[in-house]
Ligand binder design. Structure first.
Ligand SMILES: [Mg+2]
Length: 147
């Protein structure tokens, strides 16, 4: 399957807070943001199950910067959809949800926003919503993908 992850408040703490991976000197030099603890382990587990793993964010961070964020944490993401790509693809669409994973052939989208789950019901795409206080988000996501 093709699986996408939101960035803000799902992988990168912002309004919501959660434990993060340790930052290295290299991360600081490149201005790499902190990522949620267990993210790379989770991504690698999904890859070993032959899933495609990528990012779908409504932020305007560049594709290059997002790829670098994960590369410098030891993982090469399969695809990145940022707000620019999203707006480009939805230009001629009558529906304008904040995210539209099925338009990008994404099977499951993981996000912190309950609003995205509601959009998923309306526009027929599958979501997994992760709260900030989920104990072990790697296991939580892996379990929910199997359902
Ligand atoms: Mg979010």
């Amino acid at each position: 399957m093709k699986i996408s992850f939101d960035l803000d408040d799902t992988i990168i703490p912002g309004i919501k807070t959660f434990a993060t991976e340790p930052q290295t000197i290299i991360h600081r030099i490149f201005g790499i943001e902190k990522i949620r603890k267990g993210t790379i382990e989770l991504f690698k587990a999904l890859k070993t199950q032959n899933h495609k793993v990528g990012i779908y964010t409504t932020s305007f961070r560049s594709v290059y910067k997002i790829k670098l964020l994960f590369l410098l944490n030891g993982f090469s993401v399969d695809f990145v959809i940022n707000q620019n790509k999203h707006l480009h693809v939805l230009k001629n669409s009558q529906n304008k949800p904040s995210k539209y994973p099925s338009l990008f052939n994404i099977d499951i989208h993981i996000d912190d926003s309950k609003g995205v789950a509601i959009e998923g019901e309306k526009y027929n795409f599958r979501t997994i919503i992760v709260d900030e206080d989920v104990e072990n988000w790697k296991d939580f996501v892996l379990k929910n993908i199997e359902i």
